[in-house]
Design a protein around this ligand. Structure first.
Ligand code: LLP
Length: 415
């Protein structure tokens, strides 16, 4: 569902015109649609209806408390990658017993607080981490529920920065080493082996690499079962892509066919870690044109959002659609750039657009890895975030102030 549509010549999210948001909240501002978030979650879980499963929303995609709260109310679990994300989920009312914890570098403190909170599973990414978890669980007098994140060595066919399932990548246990590490885990007194986990990358637009990875995981699961180790769950990760421009990512039904074809869900519960697919197209970044500028070669629309607000174009040369909030006018070709002092500070390049100074633009598909990757570069306070629910508007994060940025800094003592 695209939450934005034109009505009377003006772009709306659900029942709210974007000019109203700009007037009340200011720009830049992230705008999310409750209906679109809800629909994305429900479509995902419905595709696995009748099969024991748990959707663990990947918090990193967008960790705003209102979004976590919404998914939690819909029954979602969470995939976290830090102690900070654990605290966010708990602050949002999420159920710790539905949390899985991924990531290659879990600290002592993070493991301890995850075990104390009673999370569902730690996805272990190395032998040293397994030993550390065993020791900490022993100190706490408990048994840690673990799964091994296995790296199946398949090429996910996505941007190299977000492919995680190749041998060169830092993620997961090498496929060939996994049986040996399961054997070792069975000898440890303070871990309980619950599952297996695999995640090969993000913004995946082909099903073949996913099918290939899942086949390898299935072979491993069967081998472990033959050796007398029966797992409770199989976590197939996240990564399904969305449409930014003209990609044709698999539908959730096609994806479900592949996953359900790979595993017998009468034997194993399925866990999923989708991020982008649940939030990406449910959000946009609203920005205002400060200046139009004719360069020697190109026209620039200089807007008040920048790479610190949305880094995806700068970091991955990602393409986001740009829509004018008011329709009409004579189009020209522009680079849409921000005020940050870097040539890499662009949000879009070479776009046909009718643009005037003061106009509002919507940067589409910005719900995933937008605000969650925002920074304060150039001492720019981070944007506000609002949730639209029908004709209601809720500020779900207030705009940051410069004071917030410098409050923990200190000048040197006088001498
Ligand atoms: N599970 C694990 C272990 C992950 O590492 C990730 C994403 C996910 C689940 C969720 O993947 P998703 O369903 O959202 O594709 N910043 C990049 C994306 C980085 C993804 C990192 N891991 C971007 O803006 O495209």
């Amino acid at each position: 569902m695209n939450p934005a549509h034109y009505k009377d010549g003006e772009l709306h999210v659900e029942g709210v015109p974007l000019s109203r948001i700009a007037a009340e909240i200011g720009t830049p501002c992230y705008v999310y649609s409750r209906a679109a978030l809800t629909e994305a979650y429900l479509a995902f879980t419905a595709a696995f209806d009748g099969h024991p499963h748990l959707v663990c929303y990947a918090v990193k995609a967008n960790s705003n408390l209102a979004i976590l709260d919404l998914f939690s109310r819909l029954g979602s679990g969470f995939d976290i990658v830090s102690g900070g994300e654990l605290e966010r989920v708990i602050a949002a009312g999420g159920d710790p017993s539905k949390i899985v914890f991924s990531g290659v570098g879990k600290s002592e403190r993070e493991i301890r607080s995850a075990l104390e909170a009673g999370i569902l599973c730690l996805n272990v990414e190395s032998e040293s981490e397994l030993e550390r978890i065993d020791r900490i669980a022993g100190e706490l007098g408990t048994r840690a529920p673990v799964s091994l994140r296995v790296n199946p060595d398949v090429d996910a066919g996505t941007h190299p920065y977000i492919a995680t399932g190749l041998n060169q990548s830092k993620f997961g246990i090498p496929y060939a080493a996994a049986p040996g590490l399961y054997d070792k885990a069975r000898t440890l007194r303070h871990v309980r082996i619950d599952g297996i986990d695999c995640h090969i990358g993000s913004q995946l637009t082909e099903l073949e690499p996913i099918a290939e990875a899942l086949e390898k995981i299935r072979d491993l699961v069967e081998r472990l079962a033959r050796d007398g180790l029966t797992l409770k769950h199989i976590d197939v990760g996240g990564g399904i892509g969305i449409r930014y421009q003209n990609e044709a990512p698999p539908t959730i039904r096609d994806y479900a066919r592949v996953v359900l074809g790979a595993f017998d869900t009468r034997k194993y519960k399925l866990l999923f870690e989708p991020g982008r697919m649940l939030v990406g197209n449910a959000g946009l970044l609203l920005t205002r044109i400060e200046y139009l500028k004719k360069g020697a070669d190109r026209n620039f629309a200089i807007v008040d959002a920048a790479m610190n607000d949305l880094i995806r174009p700068a970091l991955y040369e990602a393409w986001h659609d740009i829509q004018p909030v008011r329709e009409g006018g004579r189009p020209d070709t522009y680079d849409i750039v921000g005020p940050v002092c870097e040539t890499g500070d662009f949000l879009a390049r070479g776009r046909r657009l009718a643009a005037n100074e003061g106009d509002l633009l919507a940067i589409m598909s910005a719900g995933a890895y937008g605000m969650s990757m925002a920074s304060n570069y150039n001492t720019r306070p981070r944007a506000a975030e609002v949730m639209v629910d029908d004709d209601q508007l809720y500020v779900v994060r207030e705009r940051e102030q410069v004071h917030d940025l410098i409050v923990r800094e200190h000048r040197l003592p006088a001498r």
